[in-house]
Design a protein around this ligand. Sequence first.
Ligand SMILES: CCCCCCCCCCCCCC(=O)SCCNC(=O)CCNC(=O)[C@H](O)C(C)(C)COP(=O)(O)OP(=O)(O)OC[C@H]1O[C@@H](n2cnc3c(N)ncnc32)[C@H](O)[C@@H]1OP(=O)(O)O
Length: 238
Amino acid sequence: MLRSCAARLHAVGALRGLRGCARPWARSSGPAPEFFHEDHSLPKPSWSKDMRLLFDQFMKKCEDGSWIHLPSYNYTLFQRSQDISAFIHAYLPTASKLINEEKLLQAKIFTRNFEDGLGFEYVMFYNDVEKRVVCVFEGGPYLQGMPGCLHGGAIATMIDATVGTSAMIAEGIVMTANLNINFKRPVPLCSVVLINSQLDKIEGRKLFISCNVQSVDEKTLYTEATSLFIKLDPEKQV
Ligand SMILES: CCCCCCCCCCCCCC(=O)SCCNC(=O)CCNC(=O)[C@H](O)C(C)(C)COP(=O)(O)OP(=O)(O)OC[C@H]1O[C@@H](n2cnc3c(N)ncnc32)[C@H](O)[C@@H]1OP(=O)(O)O
């Protein structure tokens, strides 16, 4: 029980960017802003039967604490300009010179801004013992590439989001340095797939995470990927 609570806090803390760093950006005082609103990883009427079925199966696995359902919001980490500004100055000082801070207040997570059922529908689960994140993903009709198929960029995006979540849970503030993808079979548009990621090793600031995309019956391997994430070092001028 203790382990499952610790793992939950660990996972949610990492997703909020609060773990594994000294939070040098959090200089402002006053009450914490309400930046987490609707959890988009909960069932919606637009979800397909397959998506709902897999959600229920994973929620069942969460009952003994071995898996954790990861909430997901459409906002960026901060909704207060001085917090965003302090974060960027601490971690991305070079980029900060080119960023329009006013526009940043409108920033939203790329994968969470289509109308329900048209774009990225997904939910992620985390297993702390196995260091795995599984994403149940259904790419809607607005993500078409070749006729009837999911766009490769949409697949890459969801792979990045899944391995990125795994990296954030492990080490906090990270960025993708390398993402290598082999597209082996086309993913049918509007089908549900499983994105399985595995944290393979951590070497200093480097996290190596592999990933595959499979059909729900696990008979078709659509995609394989390897990735490298780097934990950001506020002492370095990136
Ligand atoms: C609730 C809200 C939460 C929402 C969250 C939802 C989660 C969604 C998650 C979404 C996720 C989306 C995520 C996104 O979209 S991240 C966006 C895409 N990524 C970027 O823009 C990153 C751009 N690159 C950089 O900024 C820098 O290069 C970084 C920061 C990555 C490293 O620069 P830094 O100056 O810090 O490091 P270093 O140069 O000292 O290198 C350190 C070590 O690493 C090795 N190395 C470096 N690069 C590579 C490479 N390409 N291949 C192989 N190795 C490489 C290097 O040799 C060295 O090794 P060693 O000599 O020590 O052995």
